[in-house]
Write a new protein. Structure first.
Length: 187
């Protein structure tokens, strides 16, 4: 395990995830990512420590567009996407990929539901379609799904991807969320 860079703050439980402080801005980095489930926790802990210190007003990170594990971890840790640098990441095969820029500020919402909404607003189209499915039983009870990323309960479904019909998007989301296959009629 390598040492933490100079002027960097790390958490004792996550020695490979660190924030290097430059003036009042922290730059998030990691040498080797922990297991995917732990990366978001490690990023959140180190970022919370840095922002809570009073020395840092902002923590930022840059990740290549293909690194879905890091992107998901940043979203779960409350980072908002701020931009894209086209062709700024050099891949191992000498091709180039876009670099995505993320940040969390000291004043960003910390309550889960508000933080989730702010993060999603930074990465999703400003106009979007959501497809939900209403499941009822013989007595008319409605099925709601308990979300893990915010405190609300919701109808099964979610955001329709570009090129998908609302029915197809709802079918896909129900499969992802509940693991059941449904067939919905499309207009």
């Amino acid at each position: 395990m390598s040492s933490t860079p100079p002027h960097a703050r790390s958490h004792p439980d996550d020695p490979d995830v660190h924030v290097q402080v430059r003036d009042d801005v922290g730059v998030l980095g990691w040498r080797s990512a922990p297991a995917p489930g732990r990366l978001a926790e490690a990023i959140a802990r180190v970022t919370d420590d840095a922002l809570g210190s009073g020395r840092v007003r902002r923590v930022e990170a840059s990740v290549p567009e293909w690194d879905h594990v890091a992107i998901r971890a940043l979203h779960r840790a409350g980072f908002r996407r701020e931009g894209r640098l086209r062709g700024a990441w050099r891949n191992d095969d000498a091709t180039h990929s876009d670099l995505l820029l993320y940040a969390r500020l000291a004043g960003d919402p910390t309550e889960r539901a508000h933080r989730f909404t702010a993060v999603m607003d930074s990465v999703l189209p400003t106009k979007r379609v959501i497809g939900h499915v209403v499941f009822t039983d013989a007595r008319g009870h409605v099925l709601l799904a308990e979300t893990t990323y915010k405190d609300d309960w919701e109808l099964p479904g979610g955001i329709v991807e570009p090129g998908e019909t609302p029915a197809r998007g709802a079918e896909r989301e129900v499969m992802e969320e509940l693991g059941i296959e449904v067939s919905l009629a499309s207009p």
